[in-house]
Design a protein around this ligand. Structure first.
Ligand SMILES: [Zn+2]
Length: 424
């Protein structure tokens, strides 16, 4: 095992993420896969317990196997600033999506501990066990357990071996160095009065910061998302004998619609994104005009109105195209997720912290979901994005730089100072 030599720094954060990127902290021999409640998850917790203890925290596991390190405030039972992220991963993952935010939290606390500083609030560093849906067919089990939004129906899910979360927790508790007295995730919910705020630092998983030459950005919220299933119906006919005027070509119609989606998304501007990521056609022969085409549509924006206006404009334009071409159009809404704004005041504090740490104010919307979205049901949340190379994530090529990680650490420490001033 590689000895960690660096002192409190962004460099050590990256070293620790790298160290957790291989066996025994991965469930696969080559590359990283750390699923919820596996031996790799257990090994990761047991190692983080020692890092948290060195940083001056007391540690415990809650009933959903979230690891919680607590650094007391200047009075007993003070409400906590939770600094958290997840430690599970997708299959063949990068090393920083999730763990980066947890390691940065440990670093913040160790910096305070070294100065012997106690704040008017406690700090809790939380490593959520499941965010990605790494074991069960649902995601964010652990932050939902903590935020109190998990349901019995959620806990009825089964992993690929047919076991429920409660059954797997029964096995998992045996691997822990410390006893888990309670393994019913329904009891892991925190009281709002015990939590001051939630701060999550995460890689951006997108290209915006890199394109603008920025190390960090504050997240204003998590995008509202619509998903549609679209079916375009025309008439199958011979590709050689049917004149162009007589055709009702579902494929050409779908192509025009997809171009219209792109045009409308460009014209709407701002943070709006619209994507057709899947397409199927039938019968799918070289010499037959397509009879039916189905494709997906995903529309997102930080603003619900902006998203809904775009979706309505897209729908209207597609219907026009269908009528002009003599095609039938079926549009079904599959998913409608509301946007989840971060707390305005905390986000402003985070941008001030960025400024004080020597970085320009910049706020952006997260197109992807995060634990912060779930935690907003419990307390005010703030989220910091760190530039990642090429915007690549969920891939072994995922990369963050040491200077950017240092920048995130500096901003988080400034944020804690500002919060201290506010709470004093
Ligand atoms: Zn993540």
């Amino acid at each position: 095992m590689v000895e960690v030599l660096s002192k409190i720094s962004g460099a050590r954060v990256v070293e620790r993420c790298d160290r957790l990127g291989v066996q025994p902290f991965s469930d696969i021999k080559t590359g990283l896969f750390r699923a919820y409640l596996t031996p790799a998850h257990a090994a990761t917790i047991n190692t983080m317990v020692s890092w948290m203890s060195e940083a001056g925290m007391s540690t415990r596991l809650d009933a959903a196997a979230n690891l919680i390190g607590r650094y007391e405030g200047n009075r007993p039972n003070a409400p906590a600033l939770i600094i958290g992220s997840h430690v599970d991963s997708v299959f063949n993952a990068g090393r920083y999506d999730g763990p980066l935010g947890v390691m940065l939290g440990i670093e913040c606390v160790e910096a305070l501990h070294e100065q012997g500083r106690r704040l008017p609030f406690a700090i809790e560093v939380v490593a959520f066990g499941d965010e990605e849906g790494s074991r069960f067919p649902i995601s964010m089990i652990c932050s939902r357990a903590m935020a109190g939004t998990l349901t019995e129906q959620d806990l009825a899910v089964e992993d690929s071996a047919g076991r429920t979360p409660r059954e797997v927790l029964q096995v998992f508790r045996e691997w822990m160095y410390r006893p888990m007295s309670n393994i019913d995730p329904m009891t892991a919910a925190r009281e709002p009065r015990d939590v001051l705020a939630y701060l999550e630092t995460h890689i951006e998983q997108g290209p915006v910061l890199e394109a603008e030459g920025l190390s960090v950005g504050a997240v204003t919220g998590i995008a509202a998302q619509n998903r549609f299933d679209i079916v375009v119906k025309g008439m199958a006919a011979h590709a050689g004998t049917t004149t162009m005027q007589l055709r009702r070509d579902a494929m050409a119609g779908a192509a025009e619609m997809i171009m219209a989606i792109e045009t409308i998304a460009n014209e709407m501007g701002g943070d709006l994104v619209a994507t057709v990521g899947r397409i199927e056609l039938s019968p799918g022969s070289t010499n037959v005009i397509a009879k039916e085409v189905s494709f997906s549509l995903d529309v997102r924006s930080g603003g619900m109105n902006h998203r809904d206006t775009a979706a309505a404009a897209i729908s209207e334009e597609m219907h026009k195209i269908a009528v002009r071409r003599g095609l039938k159009l079926e549009l079904t809404k599959l998913q409608d997720l509301a946007s989840s704004p971060c707390d305005k005041e905390l986000t402003d504090l985070l941008e001030t912290a960025m400024e004080r740490a020597g970085h320009p104010r910049r706020a952006l919307v997260s197109g992807a979901g995060h634990d912060a979205m779930v935690m907003s049901a419990l307390c005010p949340t703030a989220m910091l994005f760190v530039r990642c190379a090429g915007g690549i994530s969920h891939n072994p090529a995922e990369q963050v730089s040491i200077p950017d990680t240092q920048a995130a650490l500096d901003v988080m420490l400034e944020f804690i100072d500002l919060l201290e001033a506010r709470e004093t």
